[in-house]
Every structure is written in structure tokens, then in C-alpha cells.
Design a protein around this ligand. Structure first.
Ligand SMILES: C[S@@+](CC[C@H](N)C(=O)[O-])C[C@H]1O[C@@H](n2cnc3c(N)ncnc32)[C@H](O)[C@@H]1O
Length: 260
């Protein structure tokens, strides 16, 4: 995996336990860093990525920047939902309290968190992520980050993270076992202003969504299958997402397949 696990330089016993446990879960070497800089570690161990346990969370230092979990990307959207405003993704997915949602492309977990808040205490969100490093960093964050308010905290903790390829995961699910299924693949044509996802880009899976995965999702979903893409993307037509939703002037749109 081209990655080692370390603590920050001010080694704390909690960070040591976390770094060792994460290294074991991922099957990567744990390195006793002592005072070595990240550049020294890269040179000594010949790796691109360094997983760092610090301040109770995991950070992945990649050549393109640091990948870490923070709910900031979902906070404003959750706040707007709390104020009774709508959210384009929640509308497109038709999420109602109590629903069972499958996010096939969890990434940073922002969309999973918004879906989890919208589905509420009696709902559930499963977030599938194929990259073991992203699943580890974000999964650990979702279960340990201390959010500022109870509803956000509960929304984070309700998300179940699965490290798998969504096609394999979908094939294992019974017919109509989730209400709404969501795909947010890496855009075929990335939007240039989304630089904060650069560290994710270097470890993410960039394959396009396949017709086979859409067919599986149609079988597993009861209500809707949704894909987020660049507003002018040809992927919607290619994959049969015949209803397009989202803001008129928004750079991203949601393609929806209605099943009921
Ligand atoms: C654009 S990001 C998703 C961002 C996410 N919606 C959010 O709110 O943070 C796409 C993610 O899907 C993951 N991915 C791509 N192909 C996948 C697959 N076949 N199975 C599971 N995850 C996949 C990538 O590794 C990447 O982390």
C-alpha cells in the first residue's frame, strides 16, 4: 500500500496505541518515528503516504497534501436542514426519516453525514469505500470525532463504514434492501475549484460507474438510485439516469432513477 503508520513527533501513549492498531488493521508497517521528519521517513522507507495518529484522529500525509476527517463540508448543509431548508442531494435521493440509505462512494463522508442527519435516529446510512486508507481515516473520524452538537454527533456515529468495492458489496445484498442508493464517483472532468479534494484524488479509485453496478443498484434499491456528476456530464445519459435534479446554476447535478 506504499504507506507506513507513525505517531506525531510529540508521541503520546494514545497516539501510539492508535497508530499501531491502524497499522495492524491495514496490514502496513508501524514505524517508531522518534524525531524523524516526514521527508526523512519518506526517504528512509521509500513510501509515498504516511498515516499519522495525532490528537485522537488519523491523518494521511500524501504527496498532494493531508487527507483527514472533518465534518466541515457537511456542517453548513446540516445547519440548513435544521433550519428547515432543502438540500439538493436529500431531495434527489428522496430521503425521509427512518430510511435506509446506501452511499456507495463514501470518500470524506460529507454526503453520508448529510444523509444520516436526514434519515434521523431511526434511519441508517452505510458508507462503502474501496480505498482502505480513506475508509480507515474517515471511518475512524466518523466514530471518534467530537462534534459540536448532539444531532451532528449522532449523525456521524450512526454511519456504518464498509471497506469494499461497491459492485462486490451490491452483489451481496438482497433485492430491495435499501431505500435509496447513491453514487458520487470521481468526476470524469474534475471541477478545477475543488482543490481541497486533491489529497483524496491521489488515493481514491477513479474508475467510472459501470452499467453493471447501476443494474445491481436498481435491484437492491426500493425507491431511488442517484448519481452526482458534473452538470454537463454525459454519464447521466450513458447510465440511464433519466431525471436530472439540482440547482439551475449549480456546477453539479444529481441524476435520478425513480423505482416507485
Ligand atoms: C468523489 S469521492 C466521494 C465524495 C463523497 N461523496 C463525500 O461527500 O465526501 C468518490 C469516492 O468513491 C470511492 N470509490 C470509487 N470507486 C469505488 C468503488 N468501486 N467502490 C467503493 N468506493 C469507490 C473513491 O475512492 C472516492 O473516495
Amino acid at each position: 500500500m506504499n504507506t507506513i503508520a507513525v505517531t506525531d513527533r510529540k508521541t503520546h501513549s494514545d497516539s501510539l496505541v492508535l497508530a499501531k492498531a491502524a497499522a495492524e488493521r491495514l496490514g502496513i508497517p508501524f514505524v517508531d518515528r522518534k524525531k524523524a521528519s516526514l521527508a526523512d521517513l519518506r526517504a528512509s522507507y521509500g513510501v509515498d503516504n504516511i498515516l499519522i495518529a495525532k490528537k485522537g484522529l488519523l491523518y494521511l500525509d500524501t504527496p498532494d497534501g493531508e487527507l483527514f476527517f472533518h465534518p466541515n463540508m457537511s456542517q453548513l448543509r446540516v445547519k440548513n436542514l435544521r433550519l428547515g431548508q432543502s438540500d439538493h442531494m436529500v431531495e434527489a435521493m428522496g430521503i425521509k426519516p427512518g430510511m435506509k440509505v446506501l452511499d456507495c462512494t463514501m470518500g470524506f463522508g460529507a454526503d453520508s453525514i448529510v444523509a444520516s442527519f436526514a434519515a434521523g435516529d431511526n434511519g441508517s446510512v452505510t458508507g462503502v469505500e474501496v480505498s482502505p486508507l480513506i475508509a480507515e481515516v474517515v471511518g475512524y473520524g466518523l466514530s471518534h470525532f467530537l462534534a459540536g452538537n448532539y444531532e451532528m454527533h449522532a449523525a456521524l456515529r450512526r454511519i456504518k463504514v464498509v471497506n469494499a468495492d461497491y459492485l462486490d458489496f451490491l452483489k451481496r445484498q438482497p433485492d430491495k434492501s435499501f431505500d435509496s442508493i447513491y453514487f458520487d464517483p470521481m468526476f470524469r472532468h474534475p471541477l478545477t475549484d475543488s482543490k481541497n479534494i486533491n489529497p483524496l484524488r491521489s488515493v481514491a479509485d477513479h474508475r467510472p460507474l459501470s452499467e453493471e453496478a447501476v443494474a445491481e443498484a436498481r435491484r437492491v434499491a426500493r425507491h431511488r438510485v442517484v448519481m452526482k456528476e458534473n452538470a454537463r456530464s454525459l454519464e447521466f445519459a450513458r447510465l440511464g439516469f433519466d431525471t436530472i435534479m439540482g440547482g439551475k446554476y449549480s456546477k453539479v447535478h444529481y441524476g435520478v432513477i425513480m423505482l416507485d
